[in-house]
Design a protein around this ligand. Structure first.
Ligand code: AHM
Ligand code: MG
Length: 353
């Protein structure tokens, strides 16, 4: 009888060789056209991440990688050269893919159409090419955030109105964290998984499967420099944190990095409204909603303080929302301060007819 060969390193090797696209197909349990599309799309996003990662790694050594462009984006923020580079990388990589018809980016005022792709496929990519741009010039972590939506209708008049819908319409969402290693975290609605870029292979390899946010963590992440610009409930919450043992403040200035810590270790990130920006700083479609999708997939929670982030319907492409996101218990603690103050408010006087 011929003996069947038994691999000696089977378990370890099959894990080390589980690439992103293989893993997407495994999750979808299908090789059908939709699964192939999503797998190919994720592969293109991963490729964009590799290009951005490569540029960031060598940013101090090449011309024109660091600093500002001198222009402002649609939100009135100064644009960095790396913002433009990363934005164009996503455009170029997706143009070639044939898979994406429309792109919405923090760096572009209007929807970017790729008409040649529209008859073939009707996916929309919404993305923040460089999240945490203030970290770029000092070699600290930054990220890219993305969400994928399936286009509703033909959008012939190019209004993009079907995008002004809630976050449950996202079919996939994730981020790439450019830190000591480059990590891609995403969900297609079947749990949250992370993949680490192995530079020697040039491949994202599965590194954590089915990530669950701990129900409680010790970290709270917020820009306390805005303390006097917040509404009272947020100030009460921070006073509470200062007076109780067991909490650590952690704020890197890049949402992706701060959220990643919370995803892995628990805690809460918050960006409340301020006097200057009553809706906060973070944009719904390509910052808050994708991370809320991940948080919920990982057993966590995300709210605007008034409603779940995923239920929020934006009025425009670049609408902002306050964001409170992370572990169930820690988000609930912030909410309890908001509700307490609401209870204290005098009841509205009903009109007597
Ligand atoms: P950006 O995408 O323009 O970099 O803005 C988003 C970033 C988040 O990563 C971060 O949480 C926040 O802005 C930091 O803002 P601030 O400097 O006001 O704390
Ligand atoms: Mg951003």
């Amino acid at each position: 009888m011929v003996e069947t060969y038994q691999p000696m390193v089977g378990g370890a090797l099959s894990r080390d060789s589980m690439t992103l696209s293989q893993h997407v197909l495994k999750q979808l349990q299908s090789f059908g056209p939709d699964a192939q599309d999503l797998s190919a799309l994720m592969n293109r996003i991963a490729f964009a991440g590799k290009l951005v990662s490569k540029r960031l790694t060598r940013a101090g050594l090449v011309e024109d990688a660091l600093g500002f462009t001198g222009n402002q984006n649609v939100q009135g923020e100064s644009v960095k050269k790396m913002d433009v580079y990363a934005n164009d990388v996503f455009l170029s990589v997706l143009q070639q893919s044939g898979l994406v018809c429309r792109l919405v980016s923090e760096e572009m005022e209007n929807i970017y159409y790729m008409p040649e792709n529209c008859p073939i496929n009707r996916y929309t990519l919404l993305y923040d090419p460089i999240d945490g741009s203030s970290n770029v010039d000092i070699n600290l972590n930054v990220g890219s955030i993305f969400a994928i939506r399936r286009q509703k209708g033909d959008d012939e008049d190019q209004t993009g109105n079907d995008l002004l819908t809630n976050g449950h319409e996202q079919i996939a969402a994730g981020y790439i964290l450019y830190g000591p290693s480059t990590v891609l975290v995403f969900s297609i609605g079947r749990g949250v998984h992370s993949y680490t870029l192995d530079p020697s292979l040039g491949e994202f390899i599965l590194s954590s499967e089915n990530i669950q946010i701990p129900t409680h963590g010790s970290n709270y992440s917020v820009n306390e420099g805005n303390f006097w610009q917040w509404e009272e409930p947020y100030r009460d919450y921070i006073r509470y944190m200062h007076r109780h043992e067991g909490y650590s403040g952690r704020y890197s200035g890049a949402l992706v990095g701060d959220f990643h810590r919370i995803l892995m270790q628990g805690g809460v990130f918050l960006y409340p409204g301020t006097l200057k920006n009553p809706e906060g700083k973070l944009r719904l479609l390509y910052e808050s909603a994708p991370l809320a999708f991940l948080a919920e997939q990982a057993g966590g929670k995300a709210t605007t303080g008034e409603q779940p982030v995923l239920d929020f319907v934006p009025s425009a492409l670049h609408t902002r929302t306050p964001l409170i996101i992370g572990s169930q218990e820690d988000v609930a603690l912030v909410e309890s301060f908001i509700q307490e103050r609401q209870l204290e408010r005098p009841p509205a006087i009903s009109k007597v007819s």
